[in-house]
Design a protein around this ligand. Sequence first.
Ligand SMILES: Nc1ncnc2c1ncn2[C@@H]1O[C@H](COP(=O)(O)OP(=O)(O)OP(=O)(O)O)[C@@H](O)[C@H]1O
Ligand SMILES: [K+]
Length: 811
Amino acid sequence: MGDTYINPHETRNQADSGNTSADGSAIATLDGSVDEPPIRSAGSSHYLTEKSRGETRYIEKLPITEITNDPDQDDIAICAHTLTGIEVIRRLQTNADKGLSEHDCVLRREKHGHNKLESSGSVTWYKILLRQVSNSLTLVLAIAMALSYGTGDFIEGGVITAVIVLNIVVGFFQDYRAEQTIQSLRAMAAPACRVVRENGTMLSIKAEDLVPGDIVQLATGDIVPADLRLFSSINLATDEALLTGESKPCTKDALSTLNHIECALGDRINMAYSSTTVTRGRAQGIVTATGMNTEIGKIAQLLRDKKVYEDSSTFVSRAVRRVLHGIKSALGLIGTPLQVKLSYFALLLFALAILLAVIVFSTSLWDIDGETLIYGICVAVAVIPESLIAVLTITMAIGSKAMAAGNVIVRKQAALEAVGGVTNVCSDKTGTLTQGKMLARKAVLPSGKLLTVVNELSPFDPTRGDVLVDDVRLESASVNEVDELRHFFSTIALCNMSNVLPPPGDQDLWSATGEPTEIALHVLARRVDQGKDEILSRSGMSLLTEHSFDSSIKRMSVVYSRVDPDRTIFSFTKGATEALLPLLDMADGQRREILHQVDTMASEGLRVLCLGYRQLDEADLESITDRAVIEAEGCLTFAGLVGLYDPPRLESAGAIKQCQAAGVVVHMLTGDHLKTATTIAKEIGILGPDVYGSNAQTAVMTAMDFDKLTDDALDVMDPLPFVLARCSPTTKLRMLEALHRRGRYCVMTGDGVNDSPALKGADVGVAMGLNGSDVSKEAADMVLTDDNFASIVSAIREGRRLFDNIQKGLG
Ligand SMILES: Nc1ncnc2c1ncn2[C@@H]1O[C@H](COP(=O)(O)OP(=O)(O)OP(=O)(O)O)[C@@H](O)[C@H]1O
Ligand SMILES: [K+]
């Protein structure tokens, strides 16, 4: 079971059997898919392998599994790993290309229910009511009330009773509404997944709506939405620690079929289980179990059934712990930091009240008659601000709502208060400060010729605009005649997972899916009819393996083979210049030349990608599946440089000004080149004459220099960098620590899988709702529904207002 969906031997067998170009009908491609590029050759070769093996073979292998016409979902969930992908698809009566119809889904949902775990966590009205009663303030008031009635002062007692009832009623309704808001926000933030339905359209739906038989696509960073039998995969690995306790990612292989039904979960390498996360690669799978029928559902069920704590402590210590927990929560000492602080405050007031009462009683030399008692109680009661609970609940609820309206989903209540106290914001650049809609503007070919794009209209429309080579218009037909042009366009089109889609019908709005960087390259290739599909069908190449883009090494590679008589194999790589230069096969002088060109392009604010390709031998096939080995080999032929432009968001400059006016320092932590980042930072005002320290030597740094410094060196640095270029997730963590050592309180944004530690470590971790990975959203305190930096700023404003309101409530 190799690292990829296919191992070289298998590839060869396939080629031998001569089946590689069999009928297209069974090919598991997803043409017309909207969200992700089809896993074309992976799907197809896999399918064909299964087909060519013939039905008899797997029936031989699996005598236990009778073929029935009435597929039973529970049955499939148990044995899916012992069946071939095709068989599972057949039994669940679905189609890998087309998916289920809406009608099927409705029927299946009736039978199997929604795809969610039944949690006991939903809040009921009596729990909310209980919460109103059980807090220090209400308890203090209740004691005062009892004292009043006890001394026969029914008027005072009545007033306090009224206050308590009012508090409970107001608090109850506020809390109830807040709870509902939070529930609906949770629903909004619920994981989505990509599914093929209705004759092959790719939809993004809520995981909750999945039914058995749905065809789901997985990509790096996704949380697996249900139990899936994979039927095609490229380099897939998932983290199953949640299920199996195994902390190393588990490499998956859709091709394999296992022999034993009882095989341990961790060994079922052709399955992906609900709630595990995809750490690398891509795959397609068919849903075999949903909701409580999934493996994670079974665990949840076990936990629910047991109810008793499964620890080894004695009954007594358990009881003590529970009583302590009970008292703490009754006094309101469990909750967000602010709630806890307020509860302590109430207890303090209570102590003060008693002290006052004691003083009153002492002045009357403990000769307590009715008058003194009432006076004492009145003084004591007077210091207690009855409206506190109500103020707190109301402001919190209003705060959450206002933030949701401002495109910020608050995932953790504590973040609501925390965001008000923020002093530093560390933000991503691409898509957050900039629009994330890239355009390929310029390219430099190995011969030094300059390629420019002029007259373009929209970022996705390849039909408008011209490509010039040294100021002469490039015709599509001539691309194939010039070697360097052909290699250049093959690299940008084939080392690419994006889709560029023509407008439907008679409209003229082009659309695209995938990463902005790749879309920009794909659009450029299509301008001269060198799109991925066009090249593949012309050359008959098919994908062998793919190492998707990884922001810690900043490059991506693919390997293609052509099935001509002598079977040529090519690898194509693209990535950041620093990442690719060491892999290029060239003299040092030439490298310096390239670096110089990169510098010029980057200082125009362009993101520069470097391209390379290489012809491989049959012998190299053994190593292509292992990324570490490919890296070591290198020896790429230089194919050119491309410069992409990503304009800043219109709101960014204004939002940054507001931050600076409010004393919040903005840092840009980006994966981009130093010069590109600096140019953009100046454009939007992160660096500028008004910013204190922006001329300092440390204002702009690369992550490499930053990481080299010791903690002590960082602590004396003044100021900390405003721009950190070529950042990796670990650099983000170091920046966080450095800020924390200075006593700063900070927001950190992140979108990638490996940004989670930084998001968790930040005082307020912010994930991107549109383009962020599920994993990062799960780790974050807040999620931006529009990925926009300006939304962070409005969250800070809202957080501060909330703070002020509470302060007023206290005053
Ligand atoms: N799909 C890709 N394939 C190859 N290289 C890429 C790809 N995307 C980005 N790069 C290269 O890696 C660099 C860093 O990208 P990375 O994704 O880490 O940063 P980013 O997330 O785009 O920027 P930011 O951190 O500001 O949001 C880019 O500057 C580019 O040179
Ligand atoms: K990033």
